[in-house]
Ligand binder design. Structure first.
Ligand code: NDP
Length: 503
């Protein structure tokens, strides 16, 4: 436990938000969160909640759900439009909080806030769509159509790496569809969660519709999944926890979506624009310190361009600036926690032990500002065998593994050899090869001549295989997840009829 160097008066104790009130946990206990770039700087104390808190929040949500469901969707949209205005007003402050709490460079944090605003805007627009459809009935004098109904009470469980955008891209669609919710953020980024909740509170989300519970996933999250009043769970996080939650939720007949890990690969073909590819690969591998689910973890390079690529990759990587994400011009900031630093450096050791060649970096950084945070150098491994752990497992840090491929088919075979299938990218000018790639690569999001990163809020986001299960997030798919479709038949014939019905 670090010794705090913030003065106690700077630091607040933050409560849970249940039924429209900021209230302490039943446990009477709190925990502390520190800045990963200044590990002795205390950011706040947060409720170490227990299952009883979760159940109180679920009860509040269950009580509020009917009123929110009855509020017309275009009226619910007004709340989201107000949330968007408030986010805009607080955007600098919230971006700074992301950097202080999660560690990513401030420009990335600003981008994350913008992403959250985009989803609020998009979801608010859905308030005037939320389409069902009408279709001719096989019976005369009968109208057949579908309508959408909210799930009721949903659990929102989120990771630390996008502590504002990921909660927002779940909460905004959940709200517009008329659900009440319990938001369980990652334990290491509760301050961002408090601020996002404040935004929705000020925007006028009614009491009980949005409840925030901070504390450990094991007890708080479990209670959420087990509660019979919770009918849907939207989870983003590791494949290990997501698989457990999905299995348990399904056995209780809940609707569950789980967005999970990645091991995203770029395929670089010999005909590509190398300069463009290098820009995308360096940004994808080392931007946000490799702690994006869509980060580039592997590059698979066609033989003909391999040597030139490696030379220029190392040259560009050596120019990256490492430091506190709040400082100007920082490319790579610290990892988000001591345990992340340990995990990443353990993978670097495993890569060496398994016989990969350390082509660049590899050190845990010490001395000066580096002693204040959890830094690891951008790292590149070559001579990587697809069977090695660094080739197959999600590292979630600034570590890039490089493979050689004979041709496109060989490259796709390497790309598809892992259990994950989140995001992918090819760099080529050859249109037939680009389409062959699109049609054969195992990934939920496929980019051509662009990094593995990113996505737009009005398009579905998510992965295949061990990267995602359940409905996609964002886009109209988010409305599909957060609503049930009800089929309605209205017989307006003015006399009884005797048609047989078969089902
Ligand atoms: P974790 O799976 O460790 O945690 C995710 C959330 O689940 C946290 O809020 C955590 O709480 C909670 N949790 C933990 N145990 C349980 C449980 N038994 N029941 C219910 N909830 C639980 O992931 P990380 O936070 O470490 O996030 C990093 C991971 O997220 C990476 O694998 C990354 O790839 C993935 N990710 C995927 C994305 C995608 O869209 N596919 C996007 C972004 C990240 P607590 O913090 O208290 O442990």
């Amino acid at each position: 436990m670090p010794t705090p160097n913030s003065s106690p008066s700077d630091v607040r104790t933050h409560n849970n938000f249940i039924n429209g009130q900021w209230t302490p946990s039943d446990s009477g206990r709190t925990y502390s969160v520190y800045n990963p770039a200044h590990k002795n700087t205390l950011l706040g104390h947060f409720q170490l909640s227990n299952p009883e808190d979760t159940l109180r929040a679920v009860a509040a949500a269950a009580e509020a759900a009917a009123g929110w469901a009855d509020t017309p969707a275009p009226v619910r949209a007004q709340v989201l439009f107000r949330a968007l205005e408030i986010m805009e007003r607080r955007s600098d402050e919230i971006a700074r909080t992301i950097t202080e709490e999660e560690g990513k460079p401030l420009p990335d944090a600003r981008g994350e806030v913008k992403r959250a605003m985009n989803i609020m805007e998009y979801a608010a627009g859905e308030g005037r769509r939320m389409f069902g459809y009408t279709t001719p009935s096989e019976l005369p004098n009968t109208v057949a159509y579908t309508v959408r109904r909210p799930l009721g009470v949903v659990g929102i469980i989120t990771p630390w790496n996008f502590p504002i955008a990921i909660p927002a891209w779940k909460m905004a669609p959940a709200l517009i569809c008329g659900n009440a919710m319990i938001f369980k953020p990652a334990s290491s980024t509760p301050l961002c969660a408090v601020k996002l909740t404040e935004v929705f509170e000020e925007a006028g989300v009614p009491p009980g519709v949005l409840n925030l519970i901070t504390g450990p996933g094991g007890s708080v999250g479990n209670a959420l999944v087990e509660s019979p009043d919770v009918t849907g769970i939207s989870f983003t996080g590791s494949t290990e926890i997501g698989t457990e939650l999905y299995t348990r939720g399904a056995s209780l007949l809940k609707k569950v979506q789980a967005e999970m890990g990645g091991k995203n690969a770029v395929i670089l073909l010999a005909d590509a624009d190398l300069d463009k590819a290098l820009g995308g690969i360096v940004q994808g591998a080392f931007g946000s310190t490799g702690q994006r689910c869509t980060a580039t973890s592997r590059v698979i390079v066609e033989d003909g361009v391999y040597d030139q690529f490696m030379e220029e990759l190392i040259e560009r990587t050596s120019k990256l600036t490492i430091g506190d994400g709040l400082d100007e011009g920082i490319d790579v900031s610290p990892l988000s926690s001591e345990s992340q630093q340990r995990t990443v450096s353990d993978y670097i050791t495993a890569g060496r032990d398994e016989g990969a060649t350390l082509a660049f970096g590899g050190r845990t950084l010490h001395g000066g500002i580096y002693d204040e945070g959890w830094y690891v150098e951008p790292t590149i491994f070559t001579d990587v065998d697809p069977e090695m752990r660094i080739a197959r497992e999600e590292i979630f840090g600034p570590v890039l593994t490089v493979f050689r491929a004979r041709d496109l088919d060989h490259a796709v075979e390497i790309s598809n050899s892992v259990k994950f299938g989140l995001s992918s990218s090819v760099y080529t000018r050859d249109i037939p090869r680009a389409f062959r790639y699109i049609n054969t690569v195992d990934a939920g999001m496929v980019h051509v001549n662009a990094p593995t990163l990113g996505g737009e809020v009005h398009l579905p986001f998510g992965g295949l295989k061990a990267s995602g299960v359940g409905q996609r997030e964002q886009g109209v798919e988010a409305v599909d997840f957060f609503s049930e479709v009800i089929t309605v038949y209205i017989d307006y014939a003015d006399e009884a009829r005797a048609q047989a019905r078969f089902i």
